[in-house]
Design a protein around this ligand. Structure first.
Ligand SMILES: Cc1ncc(COP(=O)(O)O)c(C=O)c1O
Length: 494
C-alpha cells in the first residue's frame, strides 16, 4: 500500500529548476530519481498521475510517460494496481559505511565526532555494574534513577533547577522528537519549524500529521558583532512573532544552539521574545539542545531556554531535548526530554506504543560519563576548532568563491556555494567516493540549492578527500546534473 500521495503541485515545487539542456523526459526522470535517492520523495509515495503532472509542468503527456517509463525501467517506480506509480528503490542496495583506511565511500552525511576517548573505560566499568540489574526484568520505561539524577544535575549546573522526575530518558534525541510530535501534535495541527532545519525532525512532525509553518534562519553575516544580538543572530524574531500570532501553532520546534545546519546561536533577546510570544499563544516550545554543548568560542550568556521566560520557569510550556550523541558518542543512542511533570507524565504514557524501554548498559555508560562532561567538552572544543579551520582553509583553497560562515560552535559549516547546484554536486560527488547531503535535504520544497553542509568533524585526510571529490564533481554540476553510477539512497542525515 502506498503511504502518501504527492500532488502534481507539490512535485513541481520539489522539482525546482529541473530543466537542463537535454531532453525534457530525461531531465525530469533524473530529477525524480535524485529526489527519491535523497529521501525527499519517501519510498512508497504515490506520484501524481501522468496527465496531472503533464498539465502542471506544461509538458506533453508523452514526455511524462517517457520519464516515468525510464524510472520504472531503472527500478525507481512501480506500477501498483489501483494506486498508480509508486516510488521505489532498485534493490537490494547497500550504502557502504566508511571503514578506517578502507576504500568504502566517505560518508559526510553525518556531522558527528568519533567517541570521546574516555568511553572505553566507562563501558568497561558499566559492564561490571550490569550484574546488579540482571535479577530484574530489564524493561526500563523512564530511565535509570541515577542517570536521570545525573541529567538533572547538568541542568542545575547550567542554571535550570530540575528534579529527576522532570527527565525522561529516550533512545537518542530522535526518539524524543518523534515522541513529542506524536504526543503533542494532532493531525492537522500547525507546527512552527526553522528553515533550514534537521531533516529527521521535519519527518517526525510530518508523520504526526503536522501542518508545517516554516520560519527562516540565516547564517549571521561575516561582520556580525560577537556575541550577536537579536538583529544578527540569524532568527528574524519580528517575523517569528508575526507567524506565531497569525498561525497560532500548537508547537514550535527550534534548535537554539548551533542550529543544524546553519550553526547559528540564538541571542538572549531572541530567546526572551520567543518565549513571550509563545506564552501569549499557548504554543508549546520544544528546544532541541542536541548540539548545544558543542561550543567552540561563543561569547555571552546562554542559559537553557526556560530561563528566558518572563516569570521564570514554567510560564510557557518549554520542553528541552538533550542527547549524549554529539558530545559522547552517537553509538550510545541515549537522549532525553526535560519538561514539567505533567508533560513528562503524558510522554511516559505515550511511549510504550513504540518502545518498551531504553537499553540499560548504554544508560550505565552515560551515567558514568556525564560527571566528566567539563573535561570531555574541553577536548571536543579543540577537535571542533581544528575542524572549523580545516574546512575554512580547504574551502578557500578549492573554492575561493564559496562563502564559509564564521560559526562559534556546532558540527558543520553551512556554506554558500554561489550557484543553485547543490543536488547536482552531491550526486556527482558520489561518483568520486563521497556521500554528502545536498542543501535541499534541510529544507522544504527544493529550497537551499545554493547551500551545502560540510561537517567539521572529520580528519585532515578525510576532509582533503572530500574536497577533492567535490572539486572533481563541480564542473559537471555547473553544466548539468551528471549521470551517476551508484544507486544507493542516502543514509540518515545527522
Ligand atoms: C538537532 C538534532 N536533533 C536531534 C538529532 C538526533 O540525535 P540522536 O543521535 O541523539 O538521536 C540530531 C542528530 O544529528 C540533531 O542534529
Amino acid at each position: 500500500m502506498p503511504d502518501a500521495q504527492l500532488t502534481a503541485r507539490s512535485l513541481e515545487t520539489l522539482l525546482g529548476e529541473w530543466r537542463g539542456g537535454g531532453a525534457h523526459y530525461q531531465a525530469l526522470a533524473d530529477r525524480i530519481r535524485l529526489l527519491v535517492l535523497d529521501g525527499r520523495i519517501p519510498i512508497d509515495t504515490r506520484l501524481p498521475a501522468e496527465r496531472d503532472l503533464a498539465a502542471r509542468l506544461e509538458l506533453s503527456r508523452t514526455t511524462v510517460t517517457a520519464a516515468y517509463r525510464g524510472l520504472r525501467d531503472a527500478g525507481f517506480l512501480d506500477s501498483v494496481r489501483g494506486s498508480g506509480s509508486v516510488a521505489r528503490l532498485p534493490g537490494p542496495v547497500l550504502v557502504t559505511a566508511p571503514t578506517p583506511g578502507g576504500d568504502g565511500m566517505l560518508d559526510f552525511t553525518k556531522a558527528a565526532l568519533p567517541a570521546a576517548s574516555s568511553l572505553p573505560a566507562a563501558a568497561r566499568a558499566a559492564a561490571e555494574e550490569l550484574p546488579h540489574f540482571l535479577p530484574h526484568s530489564g524493561y526500563d520505561a523512564v530511565g535509570l534513577p541515577h542517570l536521570r539524577e545525573a541529567i538533572a544535575d547538568r541542568y542545575r549546573e547550567r542554571g535550570l533547577p530540575t528534579d529527576p522526575d522532570q527527565v525522561l530518558v529516550t533512545v537518542g534525541a530522535q526518539q524524543a522528537i518523534a515522541l513529542i510530535a506524536r504526543t503533542f501534535v494532532g493531525r492537522g495541527d500547525r507546527t512552527m519549524i526553522e528553515m533550514p532545519t534537521y531533516p529527521h525532525a521535519t519527518e517526525s512532525f510530518r508523520l504526526a500529521g503536522a501542518r508545517l509553518v516554516p520560519v527562516t534562519v540565516t547564517i549571521p553575516p561575516a561582520d556580525a558583532p560577537h556575541p550577536v544580538g537579536a538583529e544578527e543572530d540569524g532568527w528574524d524574531i519580528d517575523a517569528i512573532e508575526q507567524t506565531l500570532r497569525r498561525a497560532n501553532p500548537a508547537l514550535a520546534y527550534l534548535i537554539p544552539d548551533f542550529q543544524n545546519p546553519t550553526g547559528a546561536s540564538m541571542s538572549p533577546e531572541t530567546r526572551a521574545r520567543l518565549l513571550a510570544a509563545t506564552a501569549a499563544q499557548g504554543t508549546i516550545v520544544v528546544g532541541d539542545e542536541t548540539t548545544a554543548d558543542l561550543d567552540i568560542d561563543r561569547l555571552g550568556e546562554h542559559l537553557p531556554l526556560p530561563r528566558y521566560g518572563s516569570r521564570g520557569a514554567g510560564d510557557a510550556p518549554v520542553l528541552l531535548i538533550g542527547s549524549a550523541s554529539k558530545s559522547l558518542w552517537g553509538g550510545l543512542r541515549i537522549g532525553w526530554i526535560r519538561a514539567e511533570r505533567p508533560h513528562i507524565q503524558k510522554l511516559i504514557a505515550a511511549k510504550p506504543a513504540t518502545d518498551l524501554g531504553t537499553p540499560l548498559l548504554e544508560q550505565l555508560v552515560v551515567a558514568r560519563m556525564l560527571p566528566q562532561m567539563a573535561e570531555i567538552l574541553d577536548s571536543r572544543r579543540s577537535e571542533l576548532a581544528a575542524g572549523r579551520e580545516r574546512v575554512a582553509r580547504l574551502a578557500a583553497q578549492t573554492f575561493p568563491d564559496w562563502v564559509v560562515p564564521r560559526m562559534h560552535g556546532g558540527l558543520a559549516a553551512w556554506i554558500g556555494i554561489g550557484a543553485p547546484v547543490s543536488s547536482a554536486l552531491t550526486l556527482g560527488a558520489r561518483n568520486h567516493g563521497l556521500l554528502i547531503a545536498a542543501g535541499p535535504r534541510f529544507g522544504l520544497d527544493g529550497a537551499f540549492e545554493r547551500f551545502l553542509r560540510i561537517p567539521i568533524t572529520y580528519s585532515e585526510e578525510e576532509t582533503v578527500r572530500a574536497f577533492a571529490a567535490l572539486s572533481r564533481a563541480w564542473p559537471d554540476a555547473l553544466r548539468e546534473p551528471s549521470a551517476f553510477a551508484d544507486a544507493a539512497p542516502l543514509p540518515n542525515v545527522v
